[in-house]
Design a protein around this ligand. Structure first.
Ligand SMILES: C[S@@+](CC[C@H](N)C(=O)[O-])C[C@H]1O[C@@H](n2cnc3c(N)ncnc32)[C@H](O)[C@@H]1O
Length: 248
């Protein structure tokens, strides 16, 4: 394993300038997709691994009795602490934890990772972490996994290429999943309850938007966010995917 690469990823998350996601419409779509499922499950003890600044965790905490939020970045933990205090959330506890090197000590009925496992450097670390998460779950517990795949990114870039738009590269600090390999692995531990892609949003914002207005490619993003709620496209376009997994 390339330790330097893992150190570079850590430095990225310790940089005060680093933002988890610049596209705020996408953040709302991700968050509401997860909340839709939290509403369906009766959540008592929730864990959010790789919670970042806890902006979304504060929303998730409205649907659980107790929330443990974990991150390995001191900078993120500080930001998260500010967010929790500013929102007066007293059911969230914050912990420093490195998913690669540390053990998970508590148990939960529901776990969330949102664009966290893509930062673990390689599939081996990702698989080990999925097993740790599974072990931390109660029987029949749910793992709500919102991560990114290379398949979706490639599909989006091949559409962009048709229209002479540049590739959108995978960020240096990410290792996107191969969806088929991931599903083969998770099926050993979990039942896959549902899968969702965010194809309409990515197609509209990353292909149609730049074609309509090359100088201002994000101009129609608010409208595209509304239109994407129809979920008309089945194929995965764009990196993000959401899996609802139930422990076997
Ligand atoms: C893309 S951000 C996502 C933050 C949050 N889940 C959200 O959706 O806004 C990824 C987060 O995972 C954290 N992270 C990356 N590698 C980690 C590791 N090995 N252990 C724990 N947290 C990690 C980073 O510090 C960062 O806060």
């Amino acid at each position: 394993m390339n330790e330097k690469y893992l150190t570079d990823i850590k430095s990225h998350w310790e940089d005060p300038e680093t933002e988890s996601l610049k596209d705020k419409n996408l953040q709302v779509i991700e968050r509401s997709t997860i909340i839709e499922h939290l509403e369906k499950i009766k959540v008592s003890r929730l864990a959010d691994f790789g919670c970042g600044n806890c902006e979304d965790t504060t929303h998730f905490s409205n649907y659980a009795n107790l929330v443990d939020a974990f991150d390995y970045s001191g900078k993120m933990i500080k930001k998260a602490s500010n967010t929790i205090n500013a929102n007066e959330k007293n059911n969230i506890s914050l912990f420093k934890l490195d998913l690669i090197n540390d053990q998970i000590n508590n148990s939960y009925d529901t776990v969330i990772t949102k664009r966290t496992l893509i930062n673990l450097g390689n599939f081996e670390n990702q698989k080990n972490t999925i097993v740790k998460i599974c072990e931390s779950l109660d029987n029949d517990g749910h793992y709500l996994m919102l991560e990114c795949s290379k398949d979706g990114l490639d599909n989006m870039n091949s559409m962009r290429k048709i229209f002479s738009l540049d590739d959108i590269p995978m960020p240096f600090h990410n290792s996107h999943f191969r969806l088929e390999d991931l599903i083969d692995f998770v099926e050993m531990y979990f039942e896959v309850i549902s899968t969702r892609f965010f194809s309409d949003y990515f197609f509209l914002t990353r292909v149609v938007g730049p074609l309509l207005n090359k100088e201002q490619p994000y101009r129609y993003d608010n409208l595209f966010k509304e239109l994407s709620s129809f979920q008309l496209i089945n194929r995965q376009i764009g990196p993000q995917f959401f899996l609802v997994l139930k422990k076997k």
